[in-house]
Design a binder for this molecule. Structure first.
Ligand code: MN
Length: 238
């Protein structure tokens, strides 16, 4: 039975209506890897995340707004204007429900940030103004933009195994990043400027892997391998 993958999705104002709107690349990547995508909007009742993870075999956390800095005990930087309390609450509940059930989690972009915050980690709120000398990590709105910076992946990590690579070039659409990782999350990928590009759960019993770049927008063997490994782990329990 193909595994059911819950995918967190944002709300966006569009032509006078509030719509659940997600880049199709996430759902297509899940389908290409053999999974069945199931979108989860921000919930009125975040506790319903428990019911969703009863049903779903895996959880994919996606890109989007900044996490509210109060969630990690920080005052907001002036650049932090696009936030969603409902999405934060929903995704935090989804993460904890997945953790409680041992459901595999793949977290992308905002996903690596919410995963870190869920376990007590902090974020760099604005790379350009807070990390002097950092590379350009926000390539703008061109989703087809090419691989703009290198990433070094920790040999022997779950991420390296899934990617089948210890170094690769990636795309980059973010102005924030994980700062202090929340143990037992550990840093498993970094850009040449030291910005964290990958985290994973460093204890047995839960496959939770997070990347700051957007593998759903790329179709190289490493990105395909990452989605295939995630979906296969979800399938193992389906
Ligand atoms: Mn980057």
């Amino acid at each position: 039975m193909p595994p059911l993958i819950a995918i967190s999705a944002p709300l966006r104002a569009d032509h006078g209506a509030l719509r659940v709107r997600l880049n199709a690349g996430y759902a297509r990547a899940v389908e290409r890897a053999g999974g069945v995508p199931m979108l989860v909007p921000p919930l009125d009742r975040p506790a319903d995340a428990e019911r969703i993870l009863d049903a779903a075999d895996g959880l994919l956390l996606t890109g989007g707004e900044d996490v509210e800095p109060a969630r990690y005990g920080a005052a907001p930087h002036p650049s932090v204007t696009d936030t969603s309390a409902a999405r934060d609450a929903t995704e935090l509940a989804l993460v904890h429900a997945a953790r409680a059930r041992g459901r595999p989690v793949l977290a992308i972009c905002r996903g690596i940030q919410i995963l870190n915050v869920a376990f007590g980690g902090t974020l760099v709120q604005d790379i350009p103004s807070q990390r002097a000398g950092a590379l350009a990590h926000d390539a703008g709105e061109d989703r087809a933009a090419a691989r703009v910076h290198a990433v070094r992946v920790e040999p022997g990590s779950r991420l390296a195994a899934a990617l089948g690579a210890a170094a690769l070039d990636v795309n980059s659409f973010h102005h924030q990043a994980a700062d202090r990782p929340a143990p037992p999350l550990r840093v498993v990928a970094t850009a040449p400027d030291g910005i964290i590009e990958g985290l994973e759960w460093n204890e047995p019993g839960w496959w939770a892997v997070a990347v700051q770049w957007h593998p759903e927008e790329l179709d190289g063997p490493a990105e395909t391998g990452l989605f295939r490994d995630f979906v296969a782990r979800a399938a193992a329990r389906a």
